[in-house]
Design a protein. Sequence first.
Length: 429
Amino acid sequence: MEFLVEKTEKIRGVVQAPPSKSYTHRAFFLAALARGESTIRSPLYSEDTLASLVACQAFGSQFQVSDEVCLVQGTAGKLQTPEDVLDLKNSGTTLRLATTLASLAPGSTVLTGDDSLRTRPMQPLLAALDKLGVRAWSTRDNGLAPIIIREGFQGGSASIPGDVSSQYISSILLSAPYAQEGVELEVTGDFKSQPYVEMTLDIMAHFGVQVDYQPDEKRFRVDPQTYQSQNYTVEGDYSSASYLIAAAAILESEVTIRNLFRDSHQGDKIILDIVEKMGVQVQRGEYEVKLESDGQIQGVEVNLEDAPDLVPTVAVLGALADGTTTITGVEHARYKETDRISTTAQELTKLGFQVQEERDGLILGGKIPEEFSGMVVDSHGDHRLAMALSLVGLKVGKLRVQNAEVHHISFPRYRGVMEKLGCHIEAVK
């Protein structure tokens, strides 16, 4: 499927941000580990989160799914062995979180996924789990999925690098309450994407588990505990809302986005600070955001160390802004669904934008080409790149985004929400 994107002069309206993908993943896993029945309100049902739901079912949790509410019968940490190899599709979050959780199930569990998922680095997590008494290894001895996990989570002390993926840390923390001895985990090196771990601690507290966290020492302590069932509402997703926010920035606009919490732990809420620095008027309410723009924005310098998922969005904003935009601190974005630094640079360069790729970021010239060298781009199978690139078409018109169906991974209703604001994005086969 392709997106055919037409130029849009102005947008107006009030829309709802999609539910948070990151919080939905975590809510499904914690509800599955909890004692009793939990009610998850406003979950996101996307390809990625459904991979987590299916995995939790395979481990013995029961789910009753409806549009607005998901009822989850927990296991109190007493998991069953999956009957077959678990195919986690394209969901790196599911793979990382399920790897530690699988040690709580009897026997052996095998986790795998699609071609992209089998390139996502796992060795730092496997090495840390080995120190905690978990037997887990790559079937090809290359630190990549497929991964085999044997029963047993002894606990104890381990260290883990913080500069590749915060999901390694969240994986251990989420299952740590069921380790036999409790867990002490130290983060070494740079602690990147830290807000994602803060989200993990936030939802663990909601489900009744306390973590002793010493930020100065980057050290966590989790004693043996049991998650308790909860009535939990998933907040809106700043990562997915970034495309709506960016559209409001580059076009003449008056847009209100609801279900975005002002006190959210999500690191990607920095997108509001970024567009504000670029010249957009931003009003932050307790549960909604209002944006106004004349469509003319200025380049900025921004460190996205704690928000690497924003790289494609901010790169497009920089390409369409006046003046230079510099993105730094995101070398770890090279280990996502794609090497997001490289693929973003490649596709924007293909259109004729001035883009300089750096080891840990991008420099964008901030000048819209007078004549485009082509008007067809490719998502590279990356949902965030597909949606970010579509924004270029809204500004300049007649853009085709190939392999755009991947937006279903995180934002299934993307086109519908954008069309409600007045954007012209058609899906063509």
